[in-house]
Design a protein around this ligand. Structure first.
Ligand code: NAD
Length: 437
């Protein structure tokens, strides 16, 4: 089929490449000329495992191309996907300006007699589909189209496998014609398709992300009780997670949830519920627990080091999770900034996130960036693990211990085994685990 994706970021570009991989002809549109120029020059603007080869293979096979022109994309395609940002406003509600603008752009690109399925892949508040349809109709009363909600559930860092083998595909539409088109788009993926009305599909995305955030805050609240009582949160999570009704995933105690999705989606869901007159106070508690996790972690550093001012602290990890270069709303970045604000001398290392952290000015220029994890740890009075990259597990920790000035390790992701760390001579502090004596 001929498909167009408007917005070629983390969602749009990976979706476009995966659609091309299964045989569709895809045109990816972005209004950022620099991004499109990079893509046309064969450079991938984001890091996502497997994406580079996927894009090159499908561009080579002439199934994937890039443009800045929405008109060109709409002309060439039966289905037009929207994958533009839906950032939060200061009050937590969703900024809909990108979606509304794309709706107007699509509207003016639609020609009489050309039926198009307009698919919203961005995460949007319930009732957005109706507004998108009304906007297109207002500016182009003759347009023939259906609006479908098709929320995206990919996880950065494993977006390609998530898209190629999704748990489920949600298609929200009450049009039989659009349902048929969407079934054909997704047929090659051989995944279960849940067809719902538009509103339910939109709500599924916010409800799903809020539930996952709730799971994280739940185990983080449990981790505080573990610390106070002498239990080990990892064992508690294993014991809870072996119950198939609960599952072990998203029961990892740590610094909390960050990134470009969970914090904004929880906030959005709270705002949506408030606006509908049905306050979702449980989610406010989820946010409160998440916000206190970093405070509790920093207290551990202060309890051990007493004063952070002038302390040399190594931070491993800047991205919000491993296997991505995405540093948006990263708790690792928050952590670095809070350490600097307390006067610590921070040296950081991240396998993929340093470039964007500097480019987007997310960390102060006083933060030194190291070329290797070992270089970051050299001379440090404490090492803080902020993102659970595999590279950190594979470090020669004995060499790290020798290189450090004082061997204190604060593991914000419970990546290391406390017994092994103790054996190596580290003073090790995890989350929800007993401090090494
Ligand atoms: P992004 O910022 O990486 O990409 C969005 C792209 O849209 C940018 O390249 C931007 O230049 C482009 N754009 C903006 N306005 C445009 C316009 N009028 N015409 C053409 N291009 C335009 O964002 P993202 O992370 O891909 O997220 C997109 C949406 O998907 C959001 O609603 C997000 O909540 C949702 N989502 C994101 C993820 C994720 O992990 N990143 C997962 C699921 C859903």
């Amino acid at each position: 089929m001929d498909l167009c994706i408007i917005g070629s970021g983390y969602v749009g570009l990976v979706t476009g490449a995966c659609f091309a991989e299964v045989g569709h002809h895809v045109i990816c549109v972005d209004n950022d000329q620099r991004k499109v120029d990079m893509l046309l020059a064969g450079k991938i603007p984001i890091y996502e495992p497997g994406l580079d080869e996927l894009v090159h293979r499908n561009v080579g096979a002439k199934r994937l191309r890039f443009t800045t022109s929405t008109q060109e994309g709409v002309d060439a395609s039966q289905v037009v996907f929207i994958a533009v940002p839906t950032p939060p406003q200061p009050d937590g509600s969703v900024d809909m300006t990108f979606i509304e603008k794309v709706a107007r752009e699509i509207s003016s690109a639609l020609k009489p007699g050309q039926y198009r399925v307009i698919v919203d892949k961005s995460t949007v508040p319930v009732n957005t589909g109706e507004r998108v349809a009304a906007t297109i109709r207002r500016y182009n009363p003759a347009a023939e189209f259906d609006v479908v909600s098709n929320p995206e559930f990919l996880r950065e860092g494993c977006a390609v496998p998530d898209l190629m083998k999704p748990d489920r595909i949600v298609v929200g539409t009450s049009s039989a014609r659009a349902t048929d088109v969407m079934q054909r788009v997704y047929a090659p993926f051989k995944a279960p398709v849940l067809v719902t009305d538009v509103n339910s599909a939109e709500l599924i995305k916010h409800a799903a992300n809020s539930f996952l955030s709730l799971k994280i805050s739940y185990i983080n609240a449990v981790s505080a009780i573990c610390e106070a009582s002498g239990a080990d949160v990892e064992l508690v999570a294993d014991g809870i997670g072996m119950d198939r009704r609960i599952g072990r995933q998203f029961l990892n105690a740590g610094l909390g949830y960050g990134g470009s999705c969970f914090p904004k989606d929880v906030k959005a869901f709270i705002a949506i519920a408030d606006e509908l007159g049905v306050p979702f106070t449980l989610l406010k508690e989820v946010e409160r627990i998440n916000a206190t996790q970093l405070d509790r972690f920093l207290k551990k550093l202060r309890d051990s080091l007493w004063v952070l001012r002038e302390k040399k602290i190594a931070v491993w990890g800047l991205t919000f999770k491993p296997d991505t270069d995405d540093v948006r709303n990263s708790l690792a970045i928050d952590l670095v900034n809070r350490l600097v604000a307390e006067g610590a001398h921070v040296t950081a290392y991240d396998p993929k996130g340093m470039e964007k952290a500097i480019e987007w000015k997310l960390i102060p220029s006083s933060v030194k960036l190291a070329k290797t994890p070992l270089e970051a740890a050299t001379g440090a009075e404490a090492l803080v693990l902020a993102t659970e990259w595999k590279e950190f597990v594979n470090q020669d920790l004995a060499a790290v211990k020798v290189a450090m000035h004082t061997p204190l390790v604060f593991d914000g992701r419970n990546l290391f085994d406390p017994a092994t760390m103790k054996q190596l001579g580290f003073q090790y502090y995890g989350i929800g685990r007993q401090a090494a004596k």
